[in-house]
Design a binder for this molecule. Structure first.
Ligand code: ZN
Length: 472
């Protein structure tokens, strides 16, 4: 452990440089520098699905993560001054404050978006809503309340207002701002047996229109189970939004000996035109919304994984306008969660889906991450690999046909990783937020990683107050 920390500290001393140290009054060149910017991350504090978790704007990278009591925390890094601000608590989550809790919920991680007036929005705290919220007309309920906080002033993370203008039943928030300033908030409207929806705001997030369903949960007539979904939503061309999703076979608790599991299969893709309201598959055929399993199997399937289980990834368009998608795939080992899953990459070439191989070339293991497309055929994956204990670049110059390992950005000998999607409009020094999950502690050190590794911070600034209540 000491060896790992030392190597990170050395790396950051180099990256911060003397100018950075001089710019911070409390920082002597000899002061110890942490690789992380905060050490009060809590539980499983980051994920690919709640996104974006951060945004770069005008020299500053704004980042968010799950901190003490599962509340959302926001920090900001000034790239020119090489200084950090925060973190500040941006709201109060109901998930971490449930009486009698015995473990973290971990579903209400924050999503961050900056509107056209510069106000910063944080969406957080939901895991399907609670019984006391009343009936969920679009599905079932579980815990928490989906909430929304807005910064009191533009580009200022120090003070926040909680606003009551989105559905409490949401979970897995994903926020997109279109070129005209409209904000789309996508999420699952409840627990597993719920539709996926979006809400639109045309006034910088001050009000939102009613939820619109686009993926349908539905009882199966052939099995003791329901159709359910997991989705990741991103920017397409112009006014379009692109969606990759996988299918969750949501077994009843008494359906079989294993009961309910995290069984998920396949990779799907579709497109939403926000001007016409039309939804189409990759070939441009119209879809009936909310989409059912029956129609999805015929029209939106990008990759069948057969008996293997999945955990969906992300999607982006290449310079030709063709989608690339990732998904995590693993053999079902008979566990409640199937087993370890490896990140795979595939792309549409205008006629068919190609690829589907694991990014790191392995046949087994557990990895996840997100990717950037550039040039005619470059793919850069930031891959967190639990087996090797490394977060590293994996680079392809042939559209994902083969990948080679680039820089190692973060290592651990004692834990596994949590990692976000690529930060919106990311600076190359600050691409993703990551944490090391050490089984011995609920507290997480939070790293901002770029192509050269973590952006460090004086250890005294990165050492923060934590939630000391016991909940393991
Ligand atoms: Zn389920």
């Amino acid at each position: 452990m000491k060896k790992t920390l030392l190597s990170i500290a050395t790396l950051c001393l180099v990256q911060l440089g003397l100018a950075g140290c001089d710019a911070t009054p409390s920082s002597e060149p000899s002061e110890q520098v942490a690789g992380y910017f905060a050490d009060n991350g809590t539980g499983n504090p980051l994920a690919v699905v709640q996104h974006p978790a951060g945004e770069y704007h005008d020299g500053i990278t704004y980042v968010s993560y799950q901190g003490p009591f599962e509340d959302p925390y926001v920090a900001a890094y000034n790239h020119e001054a090489k200084t950090w601000l925060g973190p500040f608590r941006a709201g109060t989550s109901e998930l971490g404050r449930r009486e009698g809790r015995t473990k973290f919920d971990n579903h209400g991680k924050p999503t961050l978006l900056i509107d056209d007036e510069g106000y910063i929005h944080i969406f957080y705290g939901g895991h399907g809503g609670d019984r006391h919220h009343g009936e969920n007309t679009l599905g079932n309920v579980h815990h928490g309340a989906n909430k929304h906080s807005i910064s009191k002033r533009p580009f200022d993370i120090t003070e926040w207002d909680e606003v009551d203008n989105i559905s409490v039943f949401g979970t897995y928030n994903q926020a997109l701002k279109m070129d005209n300033g409209d904000i789309y908030l996508f999420y699952r409207h409840g627990a597993h047996r719920s539709n996926w929806v979006y809400q639109r705001s045309t006034d910088n997030g001050r009000t939102f229109e009613a939820p619109v369903s686009f993926l349908k949960h539905k009882r199966r007539t052939d099995l003791k189970a329901e159709d359910s979904w997991y989705a990741w939503v991103g920017h397409g061309e112009k006014d379009e939004i692109i969606v990759t999703f996988d299918y969750h076979l949501c077994w009843d608790w008494d359906a079989n000996e294993r009961g309910h599991t995290t069984e998920r299969h396949d990779a799907h893709y579709m497109v939403f035109n926000t001007v016409t309201g039309d939804w189409t598959n990759v070939q441009g055929e119209s879809l009936n919304i909310p989409l059912t399993r029956e129609e999805a199997e015929v029209k939106t399937l990008a990759m069948s994984t057969g008996p293997d289980w999945t955990f969906n990834g992300s999607t982006y368009l290449d310079t030709q306008g063709f989608p690339h998608i990732t998904t995590n795939v693993g053999v079902d080992l008979g566990l409640k969660t199937g087993g370890p899953k490896l990140l795979r990459h595939l792309r549409w070439d205008g006629e068919q889906w190609l690829g589907g191989n694991s990014v790191n070339g392995l046949a087994a293991g557990n990895s996840r991450g997100d990717f950037i497309l550039s040039g005619e055929s470059n793919v850069e994956v930031i891959l967190a690999d639990d087996e090797s204990g490394e977060v590293a670049q994996w680079l392809s110059n042939n559209n994902g046909e083969t990948f080679t390992k680039g820089n190692v950005l973060l290592t651990t000998q004692n834990g596994t990783f949590a990692i976000t999607s690529i930060i919106k409009n990311a600076h190359p020094d600050a691409l993703v937020i990551a944490a090391i999950k050490d089984k011995a502690s609920p507290h997480r050190q939070i790293y901002l990683l770029g192509n050269e590794g973590p952006i460090g911070r004086p250890l005294s600034e990165a050492t923060l107050e934590k939630d000391t209540s016991v909940f393991y």
